[in-house]
Design a protein around this ligand. Structure first.
Ligand code: IMP
Ligand code: MG
Length: 177
């Protein structure tokens, strides 16, 4: 697995530091709001698990599963494979996503959830690739702005592999050639 990685873009130490900072900031900003964290599966699972351990306010968590990608290129279509269990009306929602790329997924999700009348919707993403943005969507919280490279690890996959790497790495180009 490690031999498919060309370089480490974000080390485990850097991830730990930035994710902890984000958790503290969100705790401050939502101190009296009892937010619902909505994780977007599967990519969010490691980031969200680490983030939540640095959130020290009353909150709840729920998950959605969406698919928009096959391989390294967006199909442009977003499909909801698992919806929320909680009623979000009047609640403060924080969407937790692994990476904001074209923005198509989050733009769709945000509009979809807005239809259920939450009090607010914020976006917390581990990484942001602004160079690739196609839809008008911005992260309220972002740990890392990264260049236009396909990355894996810390929850992110290429065709379902590499999610278990403890860092963010760039795949060797021949892997997805
Ligand atoms: P968007 O709709 O183009 O913003 O794509 C968002 C989703 O695409 C993310 O939640 C990821 O699952 C996936 N994605 C985008 N870029 C990468 C990447 O560099 N590595 C792995 N997955 C990615
Ligand atoms: Mg994802």
């Amino acid at each position: 697995m490690e031999r498919d990685i060309e370089s480490v873009l974000i080390s485990a130490d850097e991830l730990e530091t930035k994710v902890a900072e984000m958790g503290k900031q969100i705790s401050k900003d939502f101190a009296d709001k009892e937010p619902i964290f909505v994780g977007v599966l599967k990519g969010c699972f490691i980031f969200m698990a680490d983030l939540m351990r640095h959130v020290n306010i009353k909150c709840s968590m729920d998950f959605m599963a969406v698919s928009s990608y096959s391989g390294t290129t967006s199909t442009g279509a977003v499909k909801i494979n698992k919806d929320l269990n909680e009623n979000i009306e009047g609640k403060h929602i924080i969407i937790v996503e692994d990476i904001l790329d074209s923005g198509i997924t989050l733009n769709y999700l945000k509009k979809y959830l807005e239809g259920r009348n939450p009090a607010s919707i914020s976006i917390a993403t581990l990484m942001d690739k602004p160079a690739r943005r196609k839809a008008e969507v911005y992260a309220d919280y972002s740990c890392f702005e990264i260049p236009d490279a396909f990355v894996v690890g810390y929850g992110l996959d290429y065709n379902e592999h590499y999610r278990n790497l403890p860092y963010i790495g760039v795949l060797k180009p021949e892997i997805y050639a």
